[in-house]
Design a protein around this ligand. Structure first.
Ligand code: SF4
Length: 223
């Protein structure tokens, strides 16, 4: 598999924020989000080729129980099913970070879905992104088969209407698994937007997801 990077850090977002975790970043993504914070992982040939046994062996050398498989978009990676099964057999708690633009049968403890709203569409050449960024059918299949959380990167109040519209197309969800995160590339922007986003969460009964990697390390690569 093409692995762009592997490192240990604290899970920065969602239900397990703060949990020490091994991150495995796989190569490739069909989207082109305007605010993507891992552009170096988007090409399918980014990173280096590694055998699944080698990845699992290196993960077992770490004391972390949590493994976060991320990207790019890990659902486009060849061998993903085998990697997740091997990590599961090794006794790891697996979180898959995905935008869920497609569905695959996988072994996973938590599917952490980040559906992309229109605020992600790039300003130029956005047609392909716009056509692919949301797949309610795929998201629904993950919801009915897995533990999930839905994390939305939000920028303005108009994003809430898009979330409401998407939720009408999905199976019922507990409100606390719907999470909002401020769109921000650095700590200052995050802190400026966070109180507004927290207020929207309180008004709707949704959760506020922190972005610890911005708060603690200001978005530095490798954390
Ligand atoms: S889906 Fe994720 S990895 Fe892909 S372009 Fe968007 S933010 Fe970047």
């Amino acid at each position: 598999m093409r692995v762009v990077e592997q490192f240990i850090s604290l899970q920065g977002e969602g239900r397990w924020a703060g949990a020490p975790s091994v991150f495995i970043r796989l190569a490739g993504c069909p989207l082109h989000c305007r605010w993507c914070d891992t552009p170096y992982a988007l090409a399918p040939d980014a990173g280096e080729e590694r055998a699944i046994e080698d990845i699992v062996r290196s993960v077992q050398e770490c004391m972390c129980r949590h493994v976060v498989v991320t990207g790019g978009e890990p659902l486009v990676a060849k061998g993903l099913e085998e990697l997740l099964s091997a990590l599961h057999q090794a006794g790891k708690y697996i979180t898959l970070e995905t935008s869920a633009t497609e569905y695959r049968e996988i072994t996973c403890d938590l599917v952490s879905i980040s559906p992309k709203l229109s605020n992600s569409t790039p300003l130029t050449r956005g047609e392909e992104h716009e056509a692919r960024r949301l797949n309610p059918g795929a998201i629904s299949r993950f919801i009915t088969r897995h533990q999930v959380q839905l994390k939305f990167v939000v920028d303005s109040e108009k994003d809430l209407a898009e979330i409401d519209e998407l939720l009408t197309q999905l199976p019922p969800l507990l409100p606390e698994v719907i999470m909002l995160m401020p769109q921000a590339a650095d700590r200052a922007a995050y802190l400026e937007k966070a109180p507004r986003v927290a207020q929207w969460c309180l008004e709707r009964g949704w959760s506020f997801s922190p972005r610890l990697h911005l708060l603690l390390w200001n978005g530095q690569k490798g954390y």
